[in-house]
Design a protein around this ligand. Structure first.
Ligand SMILES: Cc1cc2nc3c(=O)[nH]c(=O)nc-3n(C[C@H](O)[C@H](O)[C@H](O)COP(=O)(O)OP(=O)(O)OC[C@H]3O[C@@H](n4cnc5c(N)ncnc54)[C@H](O)[C@@H]3O)c2cc1C
Length: 430
């Protein structure tokens, strides 16, 4: 990491930008978590930060960041150690990914889509029930995906949104996998498929059908890797959004795509089990936004102290209104970090009801507060700070996207939380 450290310093970033988001001593991180966070922070600060404005402006995928992630052995961050990866669990990954989010939100968000393919098939699947035979087959199957990632730097995407109720967990996926000879025939459409046109494999959630007449059921959800170059795969539509522009989340079409059984990512029924028993798996979109919240705060401190590179050294910190606003930002940031840290620390299969409710509260808090902090930062720093030559306006736009991410959108979190607090499972007023 020495060359990275040097280039971070060469980039002229100040010390504030390099302080860990979660101080290893204060937050009692393990040595493994602290080291991983240091690696991602140094890589993102020295390499991704300078590329982020161009990626945002051109709404293009951060390919060069993925080359770096592969070079620094981070593509397999959640590949289990016994399969040659770094073996990060959910918490270690989330903490490390938040450091990436500080410097490039789009890289952190797309990295989550890629990493989920390893986290779900690795750490999460290892905590779920499987008979010995199924586990042995799963071990053999996942090794193939992990080898592609570790050896070739293969990128996996995670398209599950379809524009209906499926991604929210209320209906079976409309994308279908019809059982055939030696594999499935996949048909369907995925919207907002981040990394589309840039991933090597699309880790698709779809509904397995025994025959064309089978009634789709959520319990038959399959998780299958579709090679991007398979016949019948196409990418459609424009990509010119408000924020998170580097995610390139276009529409994926699957038309009679044949995929061999060997491309299965999780055994039959295991995704359905994971979605019910490992709910914290849906929190992995938050680190990108946790990082953005920290970055908006850091920017404000540098700017008001007259220390923001690219701006004149004008101090604005002496005004009581600025001090009050910064205090408000700090309180919101600390509330967000504390709730998030607690929730990712207690993540486990079959969480208690209280822990599940806290996870929804944490998801809502990160997604909404990242935007609240960015908004306050724009108002407090003022007009000159929202020029496109500085990163604050990008942070502001990127932060607005967090609340929209299914399955745990801010709306759905309040929906589930209100109902969950007032009703026991299965209880009704009828
Ligand atoms: C930058 C960005 C990147 C993204 N990347 C990905 C990606 O890589 N993979 C991916 O799968 N998705 C991705 N998404 C999509 C995201 O997760 C959502 O699916 C998308 O924002 C939903 O848009 P919509 O207009 O369909 O939303 P909505 O209409 O709000 O919701 C979609 C559907 O969910 C159901 N729903 C919503 N609220 C409720 C409710 N309260 N109760 C019951 N049902 C409800 C409804 O049927 C609704 O039609 C991305 C989104 C963004 C903004």
């Amino acid at each position: 990491m020495d060359d990275l450290k040097q280039s971070s310093l060469d980039a002229g970033q100040d010390n504030q930008a390099h302080a860990p988001m979660f101080d290893p001593v204060d937050w009692k991180l393990t040595d493994f978590e602290a080291r991983l966070c240091q690696e991602t922070r140094e890589l993102a600060c020295s390499r991704f930060a300078d590329r982020a404005p161009g990626i945002d402006r051109e709404a293009r995928f951060p390919t060069e960041n993925y080359v770096d992630l592969h070079k620094h052995d981070l593509m397999g961050i959640c590949v289990p150690k016994e399969h040659g990866g770094r073996g990060a669990d959910l918490k270690a990954y989330m903490l490390a990914a938040a450091e990436i989010g500080r410097y490039c939100g789009a890289t952190a968000l797309t990295f989550n889509m890629h990493v989920s393919s390893c986290l779900w098939t690795g750490f999460l699947a290892d905590g779920l029930e499987m008979d010995d035979d199924t586990r042995a087959k799963h071990n053999a199957m996942r090794q193939k995906h992990y080898a592609r990632i570790l050896n070739d730097g293969a990128i996996y995407a995670q398209p599950f949104s379809e524009g209906g109720a499926a991604a929210a967990g209320h209906a079976a996926f409309g994308t279908t996998a019809l059982l055939g000879d030696g594999g499935w025939i996949i048909n369907g459409k995925k919207i907002f498929a981040s990394l589309s046109g840039h991933a090597n494999y699309y880790g698709v959630l779809c509904t397995e059908l025994a025959t064309e007449d089978t009634k789709p059921s959520r319990s038959n959800t399959m998780y299958i890797a579709i090679p991007a170059d398979a016949e019948g795969v196409s990418v459609e539509g424009e990509w010119d959004p408000l924020g998170m522009r580097g995610t390139v989340s276009r529409t994926l079409i699957f038309k009679d795509v044949f995929v061999p059984f060997s491309e299965q990512l999780m055994p039959r029924g295991i995704y359905f089990q994971a979605a019910k028993r490992w709910p914290h798996m849906f929190m992995t979109l938050t680190p990108a936004y946790m990082g953005i919240a920290q970055a908006a705060y850091d920017f404000t401190i540098r700017y008001l102290r007259g220390e923001q590179p690219g701006t004149p050294p004008v101090k604005r910190r002496m005004y009581p209104t600025k001090q009050l606003a910064v205090a408000q930002m700090k309180i919101t940031l600390e509330q967000t970090k504390s709730l998030w840290f607690q929730s990712i620390s207690e993540a486990c299969p079959n969480p208690s009801e209280d822990s599940l409710h806290r996870a929804w509260a944490a998801q809502y808090t990160v997604m909404e507060n990242a935007n609240a902090i960015a908004q306050l930062a724009v108002r407090t720093c003022g007009g000159q700070a929202m020029l496109r030559s500085l990163q604050l306006e990008r942070l502001y736009r990127d932060s607005r996207c967090g609340a929209l991410m299914l399955p745990w959108t801010a709306e759905l979190c309040t929906d589930m939380l209100g109902r969950g607090a007032l009703y026991q499972p299965g209880e009704s007023d009828a």
